[in-house]
Design a protein around this ligand. Sequence first.
Ligand code: 13P
Ligand code: SF4
Length: 301
Amino acid sequence: MINVKERILELKKSKNALILAHYYQNMDIQEIADVVGDSFELATKAKATDADIIVLCGVRFMAESAKILNPDKKVLLPVLSAGCPMADMITADDVRKLRTSYPDAAVVCYINSSAAVKAESDICCTSSSAERIVRSLPQKRIIFIPDQNLGAYVASKVPEKELILFNGYCPIHHKVSISDVNKVKAFYPNMPILVHPECRPEVLEMADMVGSTSQIIDYALNGTGKDYIIGTEVGVVSRLRQLAPYKNFYLLSQGLFCPNMKKTALADVLFSLEQERYVIELTPAEIAGAELSLLRMIDVK
Ligand code: 13P
Ligand code: SF4
């Protein structure tokens, strides 16, 4: 019987492919990846590679970002239907309309968006860089798209700016409620609660720490405490349990499961490498416009 993992590793070598995986992927995918990271790390690693093929184990906008940063490389998304519902909540036309309503504003676009939306924006951001990016802009007024929760969080951190928010949200993080937090607090009264900024503002207010996927991982690994409640996708809990088996990690709510991120199985990665599918194709105009937004984001230190 063929060993799927071994075959993937063989093909990866013979085709000079790089496998990038987001922390929300299943653990067997994280184990065969060259790099596991959050959205920002995956985008920067994609930019730095000399591989001929990039296999992005994540959702479509992540593979598109890799393609935008490597227009001459073949970028593959193993499961065609792996998308991000939040990214699909806004269109390029919505951005053009917002610009017409607020002509003096800069448009900051969360990386969870399509290439066409990025191309209409001035600069991208990720959850780890959003505050820094907004602060760095000369404009006082900022149109922040598409995540209303991340936008509201940034607005609270950068009060000198006026943020115009769009009404997008992550269906997974947005579902976490005050009652989920109260339940977990009643059960584990003194345990720190770490949450992703895609959660609602009232949930963020009850948390001990707010951060991107990697920031949550770093905090939980490097903190002196032994126990943590994790308010982001369950893949982060699996990763933390593997990296720090001597600590305890509890998921804030059972709803923190992204079905799109969990679509990719090892067999999909194998077929993706064998058949070089599914190739990410973008128009030259999308690539040109979106590349500028992503490169500006990477350049803001
Ligand atoms: P990060 O930017 O923290 O990787 O988050 C990506 C994402 O899709 C969160 O839901
Ligand atoms: Fe999109 Fe939410 Fe899934 Fe992240 S967790 S990929 S924002 S649906």
